[in-house]
Design a protein around this ligand. Structure first.
Ligand code: ZN
Length: 341
């Protein structure tokens, strides 16, 4: 399912682009117009053990079904965009070793999808694609630059400066989850590669869970202390909504860690807009706790930056939810298409 309003083809602004967002369990496929409006959408299963070739074959079938339903042919779509989890070599169109796709390692996925679809394919890291989606039609819509942090199982992200996505020399651009926010020798360990003190070890859903368990085992007073093993970020949010003081202060401490990372990113690239996306948002914009969380990030940033940077930087929640990936993949295809003109 997509949460986007479906625009009829008769109202679409040509040309059209396909966006494909590969996840661990599902693949989202959308057809968008030149302004990012969704014309149609299909989700299929990833079926990871069947390998990437089978998945790309099924992606093509789904794309044909979308075009059929819209009364269009492939000739009317100029380009497709593909987002996959890293690690990857974006310029060569290669998957390297995505940890949740063990049967997909070292695979030329762009060539495979181009052959299946019969059209050129642009390629991006999935978090970078989500950033580009938020930038194109979401919270970043009226901006020229933006940084997105995606708070999920890990912390992903994307950096867009003057309408350009930063891919980087090693396809590692925008990997803000691995920013070092704690240099001490006993800093928390990152799940990927075991680096110490990375933002992800403090502000991802898994980092939050691990920190919460440590604090509760050490005797923190909370309604969650009775079932430490079953703790999740969502339970901490629910407890905070019920007035649990430890949960609220823990969430604000999480915002503080994010603020440290965000301050470093802003001082590096000065984007003017920082967007928090992903499912771990402690209720997000429509809850009291989510607003307190966002305020703690903003306050932590304000305390650490300069007067003029503070005045010219906005920190907001994302607005496209899980649709950002396929929309952004289509947006990157669009951007590459217009660059080639
Ligand atoms: Zn890391």
């Amino acid at each position: 399912m997509t949460d986007q309003k479906i625009t009829p083809v008769s109202h679409a602004k040509m040309p059209l682009f396909l966006g494909i967002d590969v996840g661990g369990t599902g693949i989202k496929i959308g057809l968008t117009d030149d302004q990012g409006a969704t014309l149609d959408f299909i989700a299929i299963e990833t079926l990871e053990p069947q390998g990437p070739e089978d998945a790309m074959r099924r992606v093509n079938i789904a794309c044909e079904e979308i075009l059929n339903r819209c009364g269009l042919s492939k000739k009317q779509v100029l380009r497709a965009g593909l987002g996959t989890p890293g690690s990857q070599d974006i310029r060569k169109g290669l998957l390297l070793q995505p940890p949740n796709h063990p049967h997909w390692h070292h695979f030329p996925i762009v060539k495979c999808l181009e052959d299946a679809l019969g059209m050129p394919v642009s390629y991006a890291n999935d978090a970078n694609a989500a950033a580009f989606g938020e930038f194109w039609v979401g919270t970043g819509k009226v901006h020229d630059s933006m940084v997105l942090l995606t708070l999920g199982t890990g912390v992903g992200g994307g950096v867009i400066i003057d309408n350009e996505l930063i891919v980087g020399q090693n396809s590692f651009g925008g990997e803000c989850g691995h920013m070092i926010i704690d240099p001490s020798p006993n800093a928390r360990l990152c799940a990927w590669g075991g680096g110490r003190g990375h933002l992800e070890a403090y502000a991802s859903a898994s980092g939050v869970t691990a920190r919460a368990r440590d604090e509760l085992r050490a005797g923190a007073q909370s309604i969650l202390a009775s079932d430490i093993e079953k703790i999740t970020a969502k339970k901490i949010y629910e407890a905070a909504e019920q007035g649990d003081a430890w949960s609220l202060s823990f969430i604000e401490q999480t915002g503080e860690y994010l603020a440290i990372g965000i301050t470093s990113m802003v001082h590096m690239v000065d984007p003017g807009l920082v967007v928090l996306g992903g499912a771990m948002n402690f209720g997000g914009p429509n809850s009291k706790t989510g607003q307190r969380f966002l305020e703690s990030v903003r306050n932590g940033f304000r305390e650490r930056t300069f007067q003029n940077v503070k005045a010219g930087t906005t920190i907001e929640f994302a607005s496209l939810g899980a649709d950002a990936g396929y929309i952004g993949a289509a947006g990157i295809a669009r951007s590459d298409y217009h660059k080639a003109l």
